[in-house]
Design a protein around this ligand. Structure first.
Ligand SMILES: [Zn+2]
Length: 372
């Protein structure tokens, strides 16, 4: 079982001293995309399911994962934390089929993108019945008998607190971590870093030249991939595949094709629109290997998640749809390398606008994307 996920705790409200038992739930949160005959359908989901299969405890945490304030699990928390028994993979397939059920068949491809996996611990205690310690009331009317809770593995939380250096590995300068950002920037030596385990790894980055005033830079993962099952190596190939209303010009066969995927969380529909729109535009102006001096939106979507979205982005810009349907099953995409590119957007009244590629992001939508 992977160990690389966040663990959260729901707060209890009991006054008296009880031996608290924390029951684990897998939580799936993120964007689901389904590619089918009528196009691409998306869902934003935040659902949970028991990580130990038992009829004794509630099946999920319900809306509490969204409605209540979650705390990070820490090593000093009291109580008995039960060990998950069901691997997440099993549950993830379950979630996907649940959300895919109502969609037109066949589903050609599906992807989940975002913070896919975490564990939520919910507090209970046992007297004559099972009690829900969040509301301090019985969780079930059924008497608690014939079941020894000690048969389930558990104990105090063993929580490795990740320590990541805050000094630039290159020049020793204090790194500026933006809130929620996965990428840490050093403005002293002009470098970018991201944590891998307990270490910082250097990241290739660049920015596009800003034009005009009030620039906000939004980060995109530019990804080079090996694509089989379809000819998509160059800008000329893209013009044909996306059926773009332009004639292929000399030299376009030599311009390598790359994906451009948002490196930040945003509503699924907009995420897909930005990905397929900027990818179809293939920005070709000069890349400047410097950090922007103006505002930068935090990078909140790991490159691993961005790579998950490549098929969906391709399916979105392949035209006509009938051709996409016929060929999609044979297409295979293998990401090879990536660079973080800061793309300038101009702040206007209600929106951030990228004039060269004609995309806009509503300011409220961007502000609310913090909660995704
Ligand atoms: Zn530095």
């Amino acid at each position: 079982m992977a160990d690389d996920f966040f663990r959260y705790v729901l707060p209890h409200a009991t006054q008296a001293h009880h031996d608290l038992i924390y029951f684990p739930y897998w939580r799936f949160k993120g964007m689901l995309f389904f590619c089918g005959p009528t196009g691409i359908t998306n869902r934003f989901v935040d659902v949970s399911h028991q990580a130990i299969e038992t009829a004794r405890f509630p099946l999920s945490v319900g809306v509490r994962s969204q409605a209540m304030k979650l705390r990070f699990l820490s090593a000093d928390m009291e109580g008995r934390f039960l060990k998950p028994r069901l691997p997440f993979e099993k549950i993830a397939a379950n979630f996907e089929s649940r959300f895919g059920k109502a969609l037109p068949k066949p589903i050609l491809h599906q992807a989940h993108i975002g913070e896919a996996l975490s564990l939520i611990y919910s507090p209970f205690y046992i007297k004559d019945k099972l009690y829900d310690a969040i509301i301090d009331k019985p969780a079930s009317a059924q008497a608690w008998e014939d079941f020894n809770i000690d048969d389930l593995d558990g104990g105090s939380p063993k929580w490795h607190i990740r320590f990541v250096s805050t000094l630039c590995p290159n020049c020793g300068w204090d790194l500026e971590g933006q809130r929620d950002s996965l990428v840490i920037l050093c403005k002293n030596c002009n470098s970018a870093w991201y944590p891998v385990g307990r270490r910082l790894k250097q990241l290739k980055f660049a920015r596009l030249q800003e034009a005009g005033e009030n620039t906000l830079y939004l980060p995109f993962w530019r990804i080079r991939a090996e694509i089989s099952g379809i000819d998509l190596r160059s800008y000329a190939d893209l013009v044909r595949i996306a059926n773009l209303p332009k004639a292929v010009q000399k030299g376009w066969e030599e311009i390598p094709f790359r994906f451009w995927i948002p490196a930040f969380k945003i509503r699924p529909q907009l995420f897909l629109r930005l990905a397929s729109h900027i990818t179809a535009s293939q920005p070709r102006e000069e890349l400047i290997p410097e950090l922007p001096a103006t505002r930068i939106h935090p990078s909140t979507l790991p490159v691993k998640e961005a790579i998950e979205s490549l098929e969906i982005a391709l399916a979105d810009f392949m035209k006509p749809r009938q051709k996409m349907m016929e060929r999609f099953g044979n297409i295979h995409i293998d990401a090879q390398s990536f660079t973080l590119i800061f793309v300038p957007f101009n702040e206007e009244h209600h929106e951030f606008i990228q004039h060269d590629y004609q995309v806009a992001i509503n300011k409220n939508v961007l502000a609310h994307s913090k909660n995704l």
